[in-house]
Design a protein around this ligand. Sequence first.
Ligand code: HPA
Ligand code: ZN
Length: 334
Amino acid sequence: MAYNKSLPLVDLHRHLDGNIRASTIWQLAEKNHIELPANSLEELMPHVQIQKSEPDLLTFLAKLDWGVKVLATLDDVKRVAYENVEDAYNAGLHYTELRFSPYYMAMTHKLPVADVVAAVVDGINLGIKDFPVQVKLLGILSRTFGVEHCTEELNGILTHKDEITGIDLAGDELNFPGELFIDLFKTARDANMRITVHAGEAAGPESVWQAINLLGAERIGHGVNSYKDQALLDHMVKYNIGLESCLTSNYQTGTVKDLSLHPIKQFLANGNLVCLNTDDPAVENTEIKQEFNLAQQVLGFDHDQFTTLQENAVKMSFTSDTEKQALLQLTRHS
Ligand code: HPA
Ligand code: ZN
């Protein structure tokens, strides 16, 4: 098995709205009388799951759309949140941070954004009663929809801020640079939100610098293109800014054309805090153990590197030191 079993399995970069089961999309479409571009679940698969890889990030992201288009009621939202906890547990995770964009989930059927946040929180709370996995929630501002909708998202998230640990910026990185969101991230930090930002995926290292210097990112989602700027890598080492790597996702978005050349090797060699994650498990047809297998088979990682990656994930998690210690104790003797 390609991971260290005496350390917890953690997935810090996992989109709840990128992990809506195809079978649930099928059932919700039927219940809500929503027409799908398919006559069977099998026919639906290529519309909701990447087959091999896509030419770019936006084509990849379009595969998430059916998952949110079938969310016609708050109960539907609650259901997919609950099922996300079940999936995380079944994947063998001990701890995960589930992120979601409330506006993206709300927009098709014009659900109130703050109510979508509440429904996700409800679904998660029901889920963790049934499945023993630790879950924290991160609210996403979807840059694709512009600053106004992101403001609406942040307001909805902050309405339930006691249940949300942090804020992320996701979506169309090329056309909506971090500098547009400075004020929103200041508001988020003032509300004691932890900060992670998708950067250096579709855009270059300058986008990662913006995430750190303008938005206050403590972690970077993907950060693939950081390898092009040694000063940036060293800055991230110095200030303990973690990189959330997602191998399958980076291949499927066309960000990394040859996985054997993924810069995670360089990040580790440079002493950067980096860990393995899934991103959008259902859309990518992956899970965390598969990401570790890939790291072994395609990158040639060994047990020591898995140990570092898993220890890094715990260090990078948005939890207290006490919770991190408890998490490490969970698996130490098992
Ligand atoms: N990048 C940006 N936005 C996203 C991603 C991603 O990889 N996955 C889901 N939303
Ligand atoms: Zn992501």
